[in-house]
Ligand binder design. Structure first.
Ligand SMILES: Cc1cc2nc3c(=O)[nH]c(=O)nc-3n(C[C@H](O)[C@H](O)[C@H](O)COP(=O)(O)OP(=O)(O)OC[C@H]3O[C@@H](n4cnc5c(N)ncnc54)[C@H](O)[C@@H]3O)c2cc1C
Length: 566
């Protein structure tokens, strides 16, 4: 059985940054990913990463914008850390080889993004995530003597020793179907978000809430789960993302009457108000009959306002997306978009070093909730979050490992997980298909747990999720083999998605106010007196009691809650 000082689950930006930091901290590191690392969803990140680099900017301004963007639910101690350390982190990326866009004077160029009081988004055209992820991967290869890579290995469970400390995982080599125990002094979850709980979503097929559910199942609290971000510009037909960079470069939103309707909703920031505000404005226009397209369920994003040369240079990926997926040349005509599921602000509750409530278990990146995004994340703050808190988790896990011996690693779970997989494969074809249940889940969440919510819809969603949980127990797969059996992994992922969905719905029912991405039509006001607090969701070890709700306070350092206007 292999064992490592620091075992990282996930090789997106959070996982790779954690691995680099832990290796530099002297630890023996391993990184596990169910897909090849550079296929992690981070590779799709487009628009950029925020940092107060401009001499006229100040990290406090970035922090205030983030607090305001979060609708005052973000923890300000964590936000201060993230924003004050951002310039150094971006310069570090630049020094290890990320080719950020430069301006005519040769300095790093910055583009405008939503909710920001000045231009502070560094970028590489509209492939920023890809550029950073590939450079970090090169760094891991440079540290290959210290970093073992388990590429295309799928983690099925977290292990705990007799004291309840996390001490490794059970994983399956996707290529061969072989299962193994991977022991560790510390485990860092960097498994990304849970976008596939919704359909459509901007998130890749692999973003299925694995880490969120695995932590939840060993008793770690989840926090801010009701806060689901709908991005204002996703393609009407399939939910593909058109980066906020487009609006940052000057694109505008128009309704069926040709109006720039954001004038009504956010007269100062217009299209660059925060995402929750813009998505709600669009949804309101659609609901009031001013949508565009045959079904009137879209809004026009007019990118022709941006000079064509600039679009072809700085937004070239969405030029391709427009052509390939909507048949539209965005440099010459408007494209139809609408709000679509994009990001989960909530996740596994951690402190500012990535530590969860379980000794030896850390979490960083989209899987985690520090909480720097609170009720609504600002565009280009997620890449920053993955890197800052990935690094901090890596450093802290390496330091903890240096002071301890390898724990006793229990082996029994290996047999249990092997039996669990055999049982899925052996299911008779009498129940429903995994893919059917997943589709019903996605459509249900997108209908009832979306931009606008109310008690009745949320209760319907909860009943559906519970029924789908029951049905998933007998859901069958077609592939009975061992080599690259993605089918059986899909069945396991469905379980993770259903756990994540239930936590989202229960939290959304609980929060009886409107804040950030949670807008309750039955409680349309923000209510600081009752609800300026986080909702935490836990479950008992066997999950039998279902989700349990508790609360934790919001950390306020320098910015008192005030009315939020853009
Ligand atoms: C289309 C798109 C564009 C975006 N653009 C931007 C942007 O411009 N700026 C910005 O700040 N944010 C952006 N975001 C958000 C941001 O990209 C993500 O929040 C961030 O990249 C998440 O990184 P991560 O490291 O936490 O997880 P991911 O990159 O999702 O990586 C998760 C990793 O976990 C592994 N994994 C998961 N489950 C298992 C398992 N069971 N076993 C083994 N491995 C597992 C996966 O293989 C993968 O390696 C965008 C998101 C999308 C979807």
């Amino acid at each position: 059985m292999p064992a490592h000082d620091v075992l990282i689950i996930g090789a997106g930006l959070a996982g790779q940054r954690a691995a680099l930091a832990a290796a530099q901290g002297g630890a023996d590191v391993a990184i596990v990913s169910k897909v090849h690392p550079v296929r992690s969803h981070s590779v799709a990140a487009a628009g950029g990463i925020n940092a107060a680099i401009n001499v006229a900017d100040d990290w406090r301004s970035h922090a205030y914008d983030t607090v305001k963007g979060s609708d005052f639910l973000g923890d300000q101690d964590a936000i201060e850390i993230m924003c004050s350390q951002a310039p150094k982190e971006v310069m570090h990326l630049e020094h290890i080889g990320v080719t950020f866009h430069r301006n005519d004077s040769g300095e790093l160029d910055l583009r405008a993004f939503g909710g920001a009081s000045m231009k502070r988004t560094a970028y590489v055209a509209d492939i920023t995530g890809q550029a950073i992820l590939h450079v970090l991967y090169e760094q891991l290869m440079k540290h290959h003597e210290q970093v073992t890579r388990y590429e295309e290995w799928f983690v099925t469970s977290l292990l705990q020793d007799e004291n309840g400390c996390c001490c490794g995982v059970i994983a399956r080599d996707v290529r061969s179907g072989q299962m193994d125990v991977l022991g560790a002094k510390n485990v860092i979850l960097a498994c990304g978000g849970a976008g596939q709980v919704y359909s459509p979503t901007t998130n890749a097929l692999i973003v299925t809430g694995d880490g969120i559910a695995q932590a939840y199942r060993v008793g770690a609290p989840l926090m801010d789960m009701e806060m689901i971000q709908y991005h204002p510009t996703t393609l009407v037909e399939n939910g593909l993302l058109i980066t906020e960079g487009a609006r940052g470069e000057g694109a505008v939103l128009l309704n069926s009457e040709g109006e720039r309707f954001m004038e009504k909703y956010a007269p100062n920031k217009m299209e660059l108000a925060s995402r929750d505000v813009v998505s709600r404005a669009e949804q309101t226009e659609i609901l009031e009959g001013r949508g565009v397209g045959a079904r009137k369920d879209g809004i026009y994003l007019d990118i022709t306002k941006v000079p064509r040369k600039r679009t072809l240079e700085a937004l070239r990926e969405i030029v391709n997306i427009g052509k390939d997926f909507a048949g539209v040349d965005i440099t010459r005509e408007p494209i139809m978009i609408r709000p679509g599921q994009h990001y989960i602000m909530g996740g596994v509750k951690t402190d500012v070093n990535g530590a969860t409530s379980i000794e030896g278990l850390y979490a960083a990146g989209e899987v985690a909730c520090v909480s720097v995004h609170g009720g609504n994340r600002l565009g280009a703050n997620s890449l920053l979050d993955t890197l800052i808190f990935g690094r901090r988790a890596g450093e802290h896990a390496a330091a903890r490992a240096a002071q301890m011996a390898m724990p006793q690693i229990p082996q029994a779970r290996l047999g249990e997980d092997m039996a669990m997989i055999d049982a899925i494969i052996a299911r008779p074809h009498t129940g429903r298909r995994v893919s059917e249940i997943k589709q019903e889940l996605g459509e249900t969440m997108n209908k009832y747990v979306a931009v606008y919510r109310d008690e009745e819809g949320l209760r319907t969603a909860h009943e559906t999720v519970r029924r789908l949980k029951d049905e998933s127990g007998s859901a069958y797969v077609d592939d009975r083999g061992t080599v690259f059996n993605q089918d059986v992994l899909g069945a396991i992922e469905l379980g993770y998605m259903l756990d994540s969905a239930e936590a989202i719905v229960v939290s959304a029912i609980e929060r009886k106010e409107s804040r950030g991405a949670q807008f309750r039509t039955d409680f349309p006001e923000r209510d600081d007196e009752q609800w300026l607090k986080h909702i935490d969701i836990t479950t008992s070890a066997d999950g039998a009691g279902g989700p349990q709700v508790s609360y934790s306070p919001v950390t306020i350092t320098q910015w008192q809650p005030e009315e939020r206007k853009y």
